[in-house]
Write a protein that binds this ligand. Sequence first.
Ligand SMILES: [Zn+2]
Length: 131
Amino acid sequence: MNPPLDKMARDALRSELLLRREALLATLALHQGGESRVQHARELLLQDGDDAPQRDADREVDLAFTDHERHELADIGAALQRLDNEDYGVCTDCGADIPLARLKVQPQALRCVGCESSQEARKGGVTHVGM
Ligand SMILES: [Zn+2]
């Protein structure tokens, strides 16, 4: 069986993953800076004994963003670790090779497009499959 990804492809994907990790870390740092500013603003407002629910809602949105980014960061970290293994680029559900075109768009992908779609459908979440 031929390995689906040669060294050049893996190196390119590794660079892509590292770039994305850098970008995410920068975004996370921004969010965390933003959160501490929000927190600071809240403390100032709370001194007036006023705690409108609207501000809690805003804060939950901030936290949701950060959770999503943390999740993606973990996926990228896992992909970087898998990159040199045989199972990188192989669908975890059906065992098919994930096409390089898809990996270029989503280097941290664990599943082929078909399995990813049914996974998203099962979760009933937002469909965000890319290629
Ligand atoms: Zn699959």
